[in-house]
Write a protein that binds this ligand. Sequence first.
Ligand SMILES: [Zn+2]
Length: 482
Amino acid sequence: MTTSTSLTIIQMNDSHAYFDQHQEMFWKGDQAVYRPAGGYARIVTLVKQIRAESQGRVLFCDCGDTLHGTYPALKTQGQALIPVLNSLGLDAMTAHWEFAYGPEIFRQRAAELGYPVLAINVFDQVTKERVFPAYSVKEIGGLRIGLVGIASNIVDKTMPASFSEGLEFRLGREELPLVIDNLRSQEKVDLIVLISHLGFPQDMKLLSEVNGIDICLSGHTHNRLYKPALQGKTLVIQSGCDGSFLGRLDLELVGNQIVDYRHQLIEVEAKIEPDPGVDDLVSQALAPYQEELSAIVGKTATALNRAAMLETTMDNFMLQALLDGTDAQLAFSNGWRFGAPIIPGDVTLNDLYNIIPMNPPIATVDLTGEEIVTMLEENLERTFASDPYNQMGGYVKRGLGFNAYIKIENPAGQRVQQIFSGNQPMLPGHHYSTVFVTEQGVALKYGQQRELHPERAIDAMLAYLKKHRSIQAELKGTFVAV
Ligand SMILES: [Zn+2]
């Protein structure tokens, strides 16, 4: 008789340095509803429960975007998270925004972690050697498991140059077959788990081209997969963001074959009792900033969230604040996916830092109508490219002060049907004064009279909140899919 063995895999992805519980958005019928979720102390309680249920036959992996995204993380270049992360019992991680502190700092952080950072696709530009190991092997209950990491490959393509200094980021497709072969033939593993930060569409394409991966833990695109996707024989899961969810995959194996599985997308609910030890570590990490960040700086009448493709109330508030402090006609920012929702009521300084933790300086530039359309077309292609490998954006670029009617399904350069500034069509040769934040908002190649201002994004939002009794940030139809 063949005997089966079991293994439980837990996934955390895109937790974006949300130490503690925060608001999370959920769809209910025709509207968005909000409730608290997340926090590492509650995550650990869940992980401990799962370990007890599975007699310790548990693999726990983190797909990255972990060391960046909140004020305490940014202030300490990720250091504040290390004791907390080291208490979670993780087996491995890969990376994306971790590179925001520069490759050297990230290497230091990686050395401080009690588990490996894996990246098959990150190389030194000069030596062509890997900066992190491509894989590690874990032995759990008699099973040998090969863990392979793929970091985000857009770090040297669409992000600020300082993130990737001296490094080269590849897709990983060329490198994977060799490593898979080595894991099977030399390391004699029973199972291969890919820990990816390429994004869900990218992973699905990659897995259609590369055989031999049993499980893909996908990250970056903040998908809440309520059931696994199958690509060939590979099971793919992704589990939301901001630590609001864990993914759980219970496998039954006979030899090295998966014969059965169960999956659950677990909400890290408020009713879960926080683990006291990790709760202490979280409190210690947050203590130096608690007073400053809990200051109430204004009110919002609109629920501010960012979890939508074309336009969001959270970005509209930030862009409105940028416009308010200047005499610009248009405002631009990047379509970042991070940023926990803010519910109607008081707004704290912590909320503002969650919107834009980097707190970049405000910049102004003159853009012609033609440049604006070119810039939007470039962004729409990066977001909606029919080849997932060319999808390198987050959400659509955020803008205010114009209305663009777009055909998402069209080829590159052909998506903007009509664009208006007020009631007038935007004119190719006309100059539009523009305020923006970061080179991801308006890339260096666009515009004239580019000027960096001493005020920063948070200054603009604070000034706006002082002036206005309460935030009204309804959707404006900036991008309409037609
Ligand atoms: Zn990411």
